[in-house]
Structure formats: C-alpha cells, structure tokens
Write a protein that binds this ligand. Structure first.
Ligand code: NAD
Length: 298
C-alpha cells in the first residue's frame, strides 16, 4: 500500500508560515496585498475567486476583489490592471481565467506587471522558470504546489530519477516539467499524441498526471514504488450515493495505483489544496521582493 501524500496538511503548514511571514512584514510597515479580478458570472469562477479572497484575508493580507460585468471591454480591463500595477498596496494581481470570449487573455496577462503576476503566467515569469531562474520567477501555483509534495517524499534533488508529466498545458504540464528538470530529474512530457503512454509511464519514478480525463492512468502503468501526483479534478456520476449524485476523481485510477505506487496523492485532498496555498505564498514572495527582501523557504 502506498504512502498517502496529504496535501491538506501540507497546505495548512504553508498557510501557517505565510501568515507568520505576513505578520513579520507588517512589523516593517508592509501588508501583503492581493487583488483578484473576475469578469462575468461563471459560477465555478465565482466560487474560486471568493475562496482566494477569503484565504488572503485569513492570511492577514490586504485583500481586494474586483467583480466586473460580462460586457466589460478589453480596454476597460487593461485599464483596471494598469491601475493595480501602479497601486503600491497591491503586490499580487490575479485575473481569473477563462475570460469572456471577446477579451484577449494574452493581452491581459501580459499587461500584469511581471513582479505582481502571482499566477506566474506572464511570459517573463515563464521565461525565468524555463531558464532555471526559479528564485526570481513567480511560478504557477498548481505545479509549484505539486513540486513541494514531490520534495516532501523524494527530497529536493531528483538526480537519477525519471519523471513523466502527462499533459503539456501552459498552466500545469509545461511548468511542472521545468520544475522537475530544475530539480535534476530526467523528464519526459507525454500528451495526447504520445504513442504507448502506458510504456512511457512504466519507466517513471515520478508520474504527474495533468490531463483532465477521469481515472485514465491505470495501476498497471505504474512502476512499483513510484511517486504518483494526480493533478486532475474530474466530476463523475456516483449513483451509489443516490440518484443524480456525483463525486470527484483524479486522472489516476487511485484504487489500482495505490497498490503499486510508493506514494500517491488522493483526489480530493492532494494537489488541490496546495494551489491556493501557493497563491498566498507567491503573494507574500511578491510583497517581500517589493520591499527588497528575499522570501524564506516555506
Ligand atoms: P488542459 O486541458 O489545458 O491540458 C490537458 C493536457 O492533457 C493536454 O496537454 C493534452 O495533450 C493532454 N491529454 C489530453 N488527452 C490525453 C490523453 N488521452 N493522453 C495523454 N495526454 C492527454 O488541462 P490543464 O489545465 O492542464 O488541467 C489538467 C487537469 O488538471 C484538469 O483535470 C484540471 O481540472 C486539473 N487542474 C487542477 C488544478 C488543481 O488545483 N489541482 C489546477 C489546474 C488544473
């Protein structure tokens, strides 16, 4: 039976340290500030944004939320982001994606000042991560959180270990691969066009699944003793809980994989809680850097 990697506990520890870090910064006259911007009424996005703002308040941050109507123009949104860029009380800016179709997301992301880009999506942060300048970059929250979970079981130096990342999105797969590479793992990025994914996975000491397909990664794909990090969040029908009920599952067939893996993240309770914790960590780091200080390890 695999060791279960407890993302909830790891996230709670990070949030505790972030809260302490914020208190410390306040004694120097700086309160970390996070601005979250949402455009439109998408219910899932509304829930995410509300929980990010609430968590920022719990960490002792100055927390601001801008909720704009669906018909907000691209220029209006650019103008708000530029105002937030200039606001010295704001250290982190997050524009919730997806944006309505009439707005060019890339233009908005590239308008965010890179040093306030706590999602880590600005091309400058992407470039710093890609060139290994991780200490200077703001790293996307989900892969950054997944990486901390991997470090928790495998240590910071992954020399000699092989890692497979399934999924090549800019938000999860690619930054995840760069983080693993920076930690000296030998990295393979697999995706929808990969031939014989099962064989690719079987060689991996570390498997990170970020696909969005329920229980796609089977137990027999896992090398005995491997570390399995399941980023996927998928809602599937759960008739056993009653008519019309659903439940969350990852991209990995957990029941099968936990029999083979050395360690594994559950869904829910694995990578999910780490994402919001890393958003708070990035905001604290941005506030520290704005006042000329390094960020302590979390
Ligand atoms: P995405 O749709 O942008 O990318 C999915 C990737 O999977 C693509 O690169 C694609 O090539 C690959 N893929 C699709 N089908 C495949 C197949 N059959 N075999 C191999 N690869 C295949 O998704 P994303 O934004 O990277 O998110 C991936 C998953 O992670 C989703 O379930 C999402 O909900 C979840 N997610 C979780 C968090 C979190 O906080 N835990 C954050 C972001 C995303």
């Amino acid at each position: 039976m695999a060791q279960i990697i407890d993302g909830k506990a790891a996230a709670a520890k990070i949030l505790e340290n972030v809260t302490k870090g914020a208190e410390e910064l306040k004694t120097r006259g700086v309160t970390p500030g996070l601005a979250v911007v949402i455009v439109g009424e998408d219910p899932a996005s509304q829930v995410y944004v509300a929980s990010k703002s609430k968590k920022a308040t719990e960490c002792g941050f100055h927390s601001v939320q801008h909720s704009l109507p669906e018909n907000t123009s691209e220029d209006e949104l650019v103008s708000l982001v530029e105002d937030l860029n200039r606001d010295p009380a704001i250290h982190g800016i997050l524009v919730q994606l997806p944006l309505p179709k009439h707005i060019n997301s890339d233009r908005i992301i590239y308008t965010i000042a890179p040093e306030k880009d706590v999602d880590g999506f600005h091309i400058l942060n992407v470039g710093m991560l890609g060139t290994g300048a991780i200490a200077k970059a703001l790293v996307p929250c989900t892969p950054a959180g997944a990486m901390l979970l991997i470090e928790g079981v495998r240590g910071k130096d992954l020399s000699g270990l092989s890692a497979v990342v399934i999924g090549r999105s800019n938000i999860v797969g690619k930054p995840m691969a760069n983080l693993l590479l920076a930690a000296n793992a030998t990295v393979t990025i697999a995706h929808s066009r990969t031939a014989d994914l099962a064989a690719v996975c079987r060689n991996a000491d570390i498997v990170v699944a970020a696909v969005g397909r329920p229980q796609m990664v089977k137990g027999e794909w896992i090398k005995p003793g491997a570390t399995v990090i399941d980023v996927g969040i998928n809602r599937i029908p759960a008739p056993e809980k009653g008519e019309g009920k659903t439940r969350l599952v990852g991209d990995v067939d957990y029941a099968e994989a936990e029999k083979v893996a050395g360690s594994i993240t559950p869904v829910p309770g694995g990578v999910g809680p780490m994402t919001i914790a890393m958003l708070m960590a990035n905001t604290l780091a941005a506030a520290n850097r704005a006042s000329g200080r390094d960020t302590p390890d979390l």
